[in-house]
Design a protein around this ligand. Structure first.
Ligand SMILES: Cc1cc2nc3c(=O)[nH]c(=O)nc-3n(C[C@H](O)[C@H](O)[C@H](O)COP(=O)(O)O)c2cc1C
Length: 195
């Protein structure tokens, strides 16, 4: 039997990423996020209205989508409690978010320069996608940001044959109904596995 449920959020199991952007003064920002779709050359992400990341995208910032592995969950949680903005949104006040203009240091993370976009990559993340901003689309409390991948970086120890990520070597950080977890035993392989 199932109950009709009115959940406040529906984080049913998303890979976590860290999005870096830059404001018009050249200040870098890093933010924890989990709402994304990736298909072909594109990544679409969902960003809450009023956050520093939201302001940076509205101002036209490109981005890097940095994918942490499961070992970085505490750094991610720390980043998620900070905002690079100067004011707090209602939601950020509700969750005790703190203003910080030094989020990398506070979370024990480091930058490395990107090649084709201004925002830096997060050195500790084994997978990093430098992205060009294509469009933003207002969805009320959040917006959808359409990004085109222009450079993809993968730690070489994760690569198998044909420059494909060897999934047996990759333990992503998954946000499972707001619990941090990772993947378990292999259940099987898709027909396109390895391509
Ligand atoms: C694991 C995790 C996932 C999150 N996912 C998102 C998300 O998909 N979109 C979003 O706007 N905020 C998300 N947040 C919240 C932001 O990280 C948070 O509001 C942060 O303070 C925004 O920083 P900024 O104001 O510097 O951009 C997430 C936080 C955590 C810890």
């Amino acid at each position: 039997m199932k109950n009709r449920s009115k959940l406040n959020s529906f984080y049913y199991g998303f890979p976590v990423f860290l999005v870096t952007t830059q404001d018009n003064e050249g200040n870098d920002n890093i933010s924890a996020a989990s709402s994304s779709i990736s298909l072909g050359e594109k990544i679409i992400i969902g960003i809450s209205k009023g956050s520093k990341t939201w302001h940076n995208f509205i101002a036209g910032s490109d981005a890097v989508i940095n994918i942490p592995d499961h070992t970085l969950w505490e750094n991610v949680e720390q980043i998620g409690r900070l905002t690079g903005g100067d004011t707090l949104t209602e939601n950020q006040i509700k969750w005790g978010t703190e203003i910080s203009h030094d989020k990398f240091t506070r979370a024990g993370l480091h930058t490395e320069a990107s090649v084709d976009v201004a925002p830096p990559r997060v050195a500790e993340c084994p997978i990093q996608a430098e992205c060009r901003l294509v469009s933003t689309s207002d969805k009320g409390k959040f917006m959808l940001v359409e990004l085109d991948i222009v450079n993809l970086w993968v730690e070489n120890t994760l690569l198998g044959e044909n420059d494909i990520v060897d999934s047996s070597k990759w333990k992503p950080l998954i946000f499972n109904f707001r619990e941090y977890t990772t993947v378990g035993e292999t259940l099987g392989f898709n027909v396109k596995y390895g391509n």
